[in-house]
Design a protein around this ligand. Structure first.
Ligand code: NAD
Length: 395
């Protein structure tokens, strides 16, 4: 745990100094560094938009993890990436022969970047193959699938981490720390608005607009950031939720999923979380936390880059400035450290399941015309990212 403790120290010192100084600076250094001698091999499953545009490029710069295999249904795509990474044909798998990855000692982690309805099966198959699993959000489609994934990981004695990149991102971690330090006073309300415009003709959107594959349209795809974010900003769990939907049912995109879902969450402290997710608006990932003294506003707050945070309501107060890092590289380095026993698993399966339970309660409320649904599931997070996630300097 030495590395973890030193990272924690860096973060706390960074924030402490920041709060005292006229300009807040909590910085990560994104310079590439040589790969660790015990860097962990990763198999990326699903070569869609996220893998090709973010994850594979990030894996070129990660210190703790490196690309060891590719799993795809499209051989040409896999070959192109294998060539780019200097991997041989034996490092390419398809969805049918995937289980033979058990015999590949170069792979320790399977990173699942498939449509949500495929997360559970590939997670269970990966555990059966003896691998650790990093699984994209949302965790799965049903609660039973989430429970199956958690059970399979425990049975295999392997780690399951849900890829909540914001919990490992210096920007959101700084926001959590400012909240814990009481910068806004007593939190009263967290508002989170998440959405984007969708196009049925785009295959990457088509499955998101299919209830069976996405498990809940905009709520499952983007609302999950707002729900997870409200929980980590407030550092508590909601006891009750309500939800309302606004969907143009004549729009062919919304045959099986709702378009806009707005929610309210009631927290034990007295704070309220409210927000919305929508698939017919421009790209939006914004949140604000309003306290008795100030507001913390992030717009955007969860983009891959270019996030902007302001403390509003006190002109003399120093503004936070967070240097950007590669969020995907950072997250993979963190999971590599989890697997190597050097860092705690901050977003295990139970954390993914908690969001899934809350989203399902919101959908239940929507179906019942906005009636309150109890969400006291007894979940308590094991690690607060504000205190254990450090600013990573080596990706
Ligand atoms: P995508 O549609 O672009 O890619 C999905 C991949 O799965 C494609 O390569 C596709 O060929 C493959 N696939 C295999 N079987 C399929 C099937 N039956 N139907 C459709 N595709 C199939 O999606 P994406 O945007 O890369 O998202 C993948 C996952 O990553 C999702 O779970 C999504 O929620 C998550 N995601 C996370 C973030 C983040 O910031 N953490 C961002 C985007 C997406």
């Amino acid at each position: 745990m030495t590395n973890d403790l030193s990272r924690r120290g860096v973060l706390e010192m960074g924030l402490g100094a920041a709060l005292a100084a006229p300009a807040l600076t909590v910085a990560g250094d994104a310079q590439a560094q040589p790969r660790d001698h015990d860097s962990v091999g990763v198999a990326v499953v699903g070569l869609g938009k996220l893998s090709q545009e973010q994850i594979l490029p990030a894996l070129k710069r990660t210190k703790g993890a490196h690309l060891a295999a590719l799993v795809s249904g499209v051989p040409e795509k896999a070959k192109k990436w294998a060539t780019e990474f200097g991997l041989s044909g034996s490092a390419i798998y398809d969805y049918r022969n995937f289980d033979t990855i058990a015999q590949d000692p170069a792979v320790q982690i399977v990173y699942i970047v498939l449509p949500n309805s495929m997360h559970a099966d590939f997670t269970v198959r990966s555990f059966k193959a003896g691998k650790h699993v990093l699984c994209e959000k949302p965790m799965a489609v049903t609660l039973a699938e989430c429970e199956r994934m958690i059970r399979a990981g425990k049975a295999a004695k392997r780690q399951l981490m849900i890829a909540y990149r914001c919990q490992y991102d210096p920007f959101n971690v700084t926001a959590m720390q400012l909240m814990r330090k009481g910068v806004i006073g007593t939190p009263r309300l967290v508002n989170a608005v998440m959405g984007k415009q969708t196009d049925l003709a785009d295959p990457s959107d088509a499955w998101r607009l299919d209830m069976a594959m996405s498990g809940g349209g905009a709520l499952a795809d983007m609302g999950v950031y707002g729900i997870n974010g409200t929980r980590y900003l407030l550092n508590e769990e909601p006891t009750e939720v309500r939800g309302w939907a606004r969907t143009d049912k004549s729009d062919p995109r919304f045959r099986t999923v709702e378009d806009m879902i707005a929610w309210q969450m009631r927290f034990p402290s007295g704070a309220i979380g409210d927000g919305s997710s929508c698939f017919s608006q421009p790209g939006t990932m914004t949140w604000q936390a309003i306290g008795t003294d100030r507001r913390l506003v992030a717009d955007p707050g969860c983009f891959y880059g270019g996030n902007v945070m302001k403390i509003v309501g006190d002109k003399s107060y120093p503004q936070p400035q967070v240097k950007e890092i590669d969020q995907f590289g950072n997250e993979m380095n963190w999971f590599a450290d989890v697997v190597r026993g050097r860092a705690p698993n901050v977003s295990p399966g139970e954390e993914g399941l908690q969001d899934m339970r809350i989203m399902h309660a919101i959908m239940q409320s929507v179906a019942n015309g906005g009636t309150a649904v109890k969400t006291d599931f007894g979940y308590k997070r094991s690690y607060d990212p504000a205190t254990v996630v450090g600013i990573r300097t080596a990706i």
